[in-house]
Design a protein around this ligand. Structure first.
Ligand SMILES: *Cc1c(COP(=O)(O)O)cnc(C)c1O
Length: 394
């Protein structure tokens, strides 16, 4: 099929919810993808952080094809061999509790909201406080939790019981806590919001405050989880634990899966019949998830994220010294953002033309999140393209 026909089919038959670039991707491997014309691109924003192990990761593809020969789906009225195993992996590597599986980030956040509500309702509490510039998904409850007006416009009435406060501002948060508050939810690094990192002092005080007031602390690690920041989960940089953690994106290495982890004392709040997800924790999704954990260990990916992340950060710092358009570099590990003095859309488009895929978020922040196994050579190539774009040599 030719490119024009593919694009026309979308225009005719697919709802126009996304702004797409005219690029038809047909294949991928590691840090690279190929378009329908056979042109290669260096992908430094693989699958919107879904393809954390790069494209077509061997371990995941093998696990999936092995499972394909056995069974595709087992309903949650019965047991499958892998769901408990994956839950055990997640718990052993995070904190003691229990896991619920679903299929996406928004669905996982929605589950966290329902769990917090169910836990709070018993005490007459229901309010959840979230942060300005946060992003938690596109369902009705998760856009309400999201602290950005653009995602909510036109969808009223929204569910009640959500309040927003400025990020990294404990005093503002304290003022909003009432007798009805049950939880505080945040991303430790705001992804869609422009790579804003939570200050360690703020998080330390926040944990204390939540303990004092009996509030559940929910970390949305949909984007920061699974090694992205150099630790398996971003909260591990802060040396403390939440009550609930939300995962999705790269948990399945490209296969759709979402999950929430809740501390043991609250996990049983979602008793039989109170919540469900037909596809949740299917053998295929769990095979993929287990393979992701194995690949992270076997290929020493956390060490690579720390090393490659430091290398990329250093290179970007050089760029910042050279090009005053770059105002600030933020992030951790391989989750980096370049705040620009103006809009970043054109730079993103010029990088694409030169064969480098990145992302522009929040209008003026270039988001760079290569796969966890990215090499220094690939970083050099990407930075070379970015440099030539910044230098206006396109
Ligand atoms: C992407 C994202 C979500 C939503 O995930 P979907 O799978 O798109 O529903 C939620 N929270 C954060 C922090 C995200 O980055």
């Amino acid at each position: 099929m030719d490119e024009q026909k593919i694009i026309k089919d979308y225009e005719k038959y697919v709802m126009p919810t996304y702004t797409r670039k005219p690029l038809v991707i047909v294949q991928g491997r590691g840090s690279r993808v190929w378009d329908i014309g056979g042109r290669a691109y260096l992908d430094f924003f693989p699958g919107w952080a879904v393809s954390g192990l790069g494209h077509a990761p061997g371990e995941v593809c093998q696990a999936l094809s092995g499972q394909l020969k056995k069974i595709l789906h087992v309903s949650n009225n019965y047991y499958n061999e892998l769901q408990g195993k994956l839950a055990e992996q997640i718990i052993k590597r995070s904190f003691d509790g229990k896991v619920f599986f679903c299929n996406s980030g928004a669905e996982a956040v929605e589950t966290a909201i329902k769990l917090a509500r169910k836990y709070g309702n018993a005490k007459g509490k229901y309010e959840i406080i979230t942060m300005h510039n946060s992003f938690h998904g596109r369902t009705l409850a998760t856009i309400t939790a999201t602290g950005q007006a653009k995602y909510k416009r036109g969808f009223t009435p929204l569910p009640r019981g959500f309040l927003q406060v400025p990020f990294n501002d404990l005093a503002a948060l304290k003022k909003k806590i009432s007798a009805k508050t049950i939880a505080v939810m945040l991303e430790l690094i705001q992804g869609e919001g422009g790579i804003n990192v939570a200050r360690p002092g703020y998080i330390k005080e926040l944990v204390k405050l939540c303990n004092q007031k009996g509030l559940l602390l929910i970390f949305d690690e949909v984007q920061t989880g699974m090694g992205r920041t150099g630790k398996l989960f971003c909260y591990q940089h802060y040396r403390l634990k939440p009550d609930i953690m939300v995962l999705a994106k790269s948990l399945g290495g490209g296969f759709p899966i979402g999950a929430i982890v809740a501390r043991r004392k609250i996990a049983d709040t979602l008793s039989p019949g109170t919540h469900a997800s037909t596809f949740g924790g299917s053998p295929l999704a769990c095979a993929a998830g287990l393979a992701v954990f194995q690949a992270i260990d076997k290929n020493r990916l956390l060490a690579n994220v720390q090393e490659a992340g430091a290398y990329l950060h250093k290179k970007l710092t050089h760029l910042k010294q050279k090009y005053p358009l770059i105002k600030e570099i933020r992030g951790l590990g391989l989750m980096l953002g370049l705040e620009l003095g103006g809009p970043g859309q054109l730079i993103y488009e010029q990088c694409l033309k030169q064969g480098l895929l990145i992302n522009c978020t929040h209008g003026n922040v270039l988001r760079i999140m290569p796969q966890l196994g990215v090499t220094k050579k690939e970083i050099d190539q990407a930075v070379k393209i970015l440099t030539s774009v910044l230098a206006g040599k396109t």
